[in-house]
Design a protein around this ligand. Structure first.
Ligand code: ADP
Length: 209
């Protein structure tokens, strides 16, 4: 039998890591032999774990490129390979995943499908095109609370406090929202550099330098 490909895609803060962890935990309970892989460039995770924005983590094997991924996947009799933050592996990940599927290994891939300037981010779009199942997640816009399909990098001057986000919301002439403050208050790390944004509040170019 060939394997099945599940892709979990979205912007930052959309819960991709949480969803990958949930599926890995379930597979483990079911007695499936799982290899969990992260990229060694992913600085959010302490070595050898996957970490979500709320701090949950599971053990993972950090690898630096697709060749070591292919090697690790064949080093034991794995039923399932789960790949965290797949965008770090680049477009060469696609043929490697397809080879694993042909070998009968199920694959779950989690990653950003969009860059911080709003462009498609390979390899996720290509993997979504050939997956048996795609889970497309959204985050919460830090200005209005609507579904965020983008994440955006803040300028230094906009970083940090909820107040900066709130005043930005005001200057955009939007009704001030509870969502922005609530989310900022509950968040750790990451948020002072990148924020989730809906289509309306995503500014291509303006705040990305
Ligand atoms: P991803 O892997 O997609 O970056 P994570 O699974 O690491 O996402 O984290 C998702 C969690 O981040 C949410 O469950 C929530 O607790 C938190 N979070 C912080 N900011 C936001 C936001 N703007 N929208 C949605 N969730 C957010």
């Amino acid at each position: 039998d060939t394997g099945r490909l599940i892709v979990i895609a979205g912007p930052m803060f959309s819960g991709k890591s949480e969803e990958l962890m949930r599926r890995v935990r379930r597979a483990t309970i079911a007695g499936v032999a799982v290899l969990v892989v992260s990229h060694s460039l992913d600085t959010r995770s302490p070595l050898s774990t996957i970490t979500s924005h709320i701090g949950a983590h599971i053990p993972a094997v950090p690898l630096s490129d697709v060749n070591s991924l292919a090697e690790a996947a064949r080093s034991a009799d794995y039923d399932l390979v789960a790949i965290d933050e797949a965008q770090f592996f680049g477009p060469e990940l696609v043929p490697v995943v397809e080879a694993l599927l042909r070998d009968g290994i199920d694959v779950i891939v989690e990653g950003l499908c969009v860059t911080f300037d709003g462009e498609p981010f390979e390899p996720l779009p290509s993997l979504m095109a050939v997956a048996e199942e795609v889970l497309r997640l959204t985050a919460v816009c830090t200005i209005c609370g609507r579904d965020a399909v983008f994440h955006q990098r803040l300028k230094d001057s906009q970083r940090g406090s909820g107040a900066a986000e709130a005043s930005e919301a005001a200057s955009d002439e939007d009704p001030p929202s509870v969502a922005a403050t609530a989310i900022d208050a509950s968040h750790v790390g990451g948020l002072d550099t990148y924020v989730a944004r809906c289509r309306e509040h995503f500014n291509r170019g303006r705040a990305t330098t």
